[in-house]
Design a binder for this molecule. Structure first.
Ligand code: C5P
Length: 233
């Protein structure tokens, strides 16, 4: 499977998204649509992006009882998204149900990725709020293995963890990594960052890049620079 750059479309309306997409007349993009945009605009936003010929990672992070997740995934699969995700904390049974719901009659399905622990969950919060007293790295590794066991395709992780995930779960198991910045760019609120070239070096399969592209003076040039660094030879 080829490496690709996924643009995080953290816009709050279709108008903003369309304004951004209109700049790209020649590129076929991979776009991440999150809860904010999806809840504001509904499935129509997915159809609009598909009409324009782009791929979609629908980042809704499902987490519910297996039966509900299975039915919800069936709906998302019919929207023809290319990638979607669940919280691994929902258990192996829930992840298996998600795979089942996503799988179409012809046996194909969008890629399914797990979130292990959110980067906003510190060791302290995990121990005190969630009463999980294991080390956070151990929990992340265990959840990644659970996702693999349930038949998922990969996990979202820091580019710094991509190598470790591949060691644990095999190099076919996908790593989707946010927290990417250009060497000469602003870091913003991200803490542990890597450049696209470093992410490639360490073996990320997909990088998720938002503001370095969406807020750039020339988003098309920033996108192409990112693709060159990450995908180029
Ligand atoms: O603008 P920026 O490049 O920081 O955007 C990164 C995207 O990846 C955002 O949509 C953010 O919510 C998402 N993300 C992240 N860190 C995680 C999981 C998701 O930055 N651990």
């Amino acid at each position: 499977m080829g490496r690709d750059v996924i643009i995080a479309c953290d816009f709050d309306s279709k108008t903003e998204l369309v304004k951004f997409l209109d700049k790209f007349s020649e590129d076929s993009l991979y776009l991440k649509v999150g809860m904010e945009l999806y809840y504001a605009e509904g499935p129509e936003i997915i159809k609009e992006i598909k009409r324009r010929g782009h791929k979609i990672f629908l980042d809704l992070k499902l987490h519910d009882i297996p039966n509900t997740v299975m039915k919800a995934m069936k709906v998302l699969s019919a929207l023809d998204v290319d990638m979607c995700n669940v919280h691994a904390g929902g258990t192996i049974a829930m992840m298996e149900a998600a795979v089942k719901g996503l799988t179409k009659e012809d046996g194909t399905r969008p890629l399914l990725i797990a979130v292990t622990q959110l980067t906003s969950t510190s060791q302290e919060r995990m121990t005190n709020d969630l009463l999980i007293d294991k080390n956070i790295d151990e929990v992340v590794a265990h959840y990644a293995k659970n996702a693999k066991q349930a038949g998922l395709d990969g996990v979202v992780c820091s580019p710094l963890e991509a190598g470790k995930v591949h060691d644990l779960c095999g190099k076919e198991f996908l790593t989707i990594t946010p927290g990417v910045r250009f060497a000469d760019g602003e870091i913003g609120d991200q803490v542990r960052v890597m450049t696209p070239a470093q992410a490639k070096e360490i073996g990320s399969d997909y990088i998720v890049v938002g503001r370095p592209i969406t807020q750039a003076e020339d988003p098309v040039a920033a996108y192409r620079r990112c693709v060159n660094e990450f995908v180029g030879e």
